[in-house]
Design a protein around this ligand. Sequence first.
Ligand SMILES: [Zn+2]
Length: 410
Amino acid sequence: MTDMMIKKSIKRVMAVLAAAGVFCGVFPETAAAHFLSSAEEWCIGNEAIQGYEKQHSIWQDDSILTLQNCLVQANHDEIKLREDGEKRYLSNIKVSGENDVNAFTFPGGFIYVTQDMIDFCRTRAADGTTDMNRYNTDSIYNNGTLAFVLGHEMGHFVNEDYLRAYDKRFAVDMLFGLFGGQGSAESVMVQQEAQDILNKMNTRQMSLRVEEQADEKGLRYVSRVPVWSIGNGAIFFHRLCQLEAANHTRQDWQRSHSKSDVRLRRVLGKMKEISGGRVEFKEDRFYLDHQLFMGTGRLDSTAEVDGLERTYYVAGQIASAIEAGLWSKACVAVAEEKDVFVKPHGDGSRLVVCAGKKNRNGTYSCQRVIGIFECSAKELQEASSVRKNKEVETVRFLYQQAAKPVPKDE
Ligand SMILES: [Zn+2]
């Protein structure tokens, strides 16, 4: 379908909707670059969310707004808020009580995330289940993973692709939701038009491409926050794979997307790409500069995080550090947790491996958290602890790897 044809169809629907007296006010003429103006888009979304919010309990969650703010601040060149004075802006993300592991975006920058999705991301769901005994709202692994989901949804908004609705069922509901009663001549017509457009536009191929682009945006957005990793995208898809295997079913959100294992491989491919081939996964094993990381390709599990998820996180951060030119002896440093985080978790005594730069005044600023390790500065200094403490060994290994000269292309 060509753009002109899509535009024509949308204009027909808009005319019907306007005739039915559904929309607020009179729309200004559509801007040349888009089918609809930002005001039209916002208006459609605003109508649609009122229908959605009637059907489900909806609330705001400060911790979700904090994640949103982190993403917006780090990506302010692309993601705008209302106070920026832009015509097209992101509203505050809301939480939905709808019973589904899901997140979705309405036209006009209205993003919703279900409590089920939040719970799914905030437990140590290494086996794909939501284990509330392991609920952790502070973990960088969990919050980075949730932030990736939110970043993906922001990607849909920024990419302006709601019309190529990624979730057919949801999009149909969205348009149908504008109308209370069935049966009136207008509503039947509009439903037929809407169905027609969605059938034509929401081809699987188009949808998968749009999803891929949103995944790319999500990864980029999340990785611009120093404490989150593109590995958080891998963590999310790995969890989805396991959820799928455990349930023998796919969630609504997954049904409209590529298979989770395909998306997982794509994230790992991104790590390889941005690191110039130096960060690589083969059969769930991490290779750094073509060598198995620490001889096993895996970091150990901790009480906070599963070993493979932690490995994805660290590998993603190393890949981003390499991309930014920060993976070198001069840039990598070991710091105490309390010196890096304003609000350290636990007793703040753990060690953080950072990639960063020396400032002019000689101080060091951590620009990327490579990993957090369950050992203290004292333990790191004690040579004898090497054999006893794998965490100390890992910190040393990372430092040595960063200090190595850049391998030549093979
Ligand atoms: Zn999506």
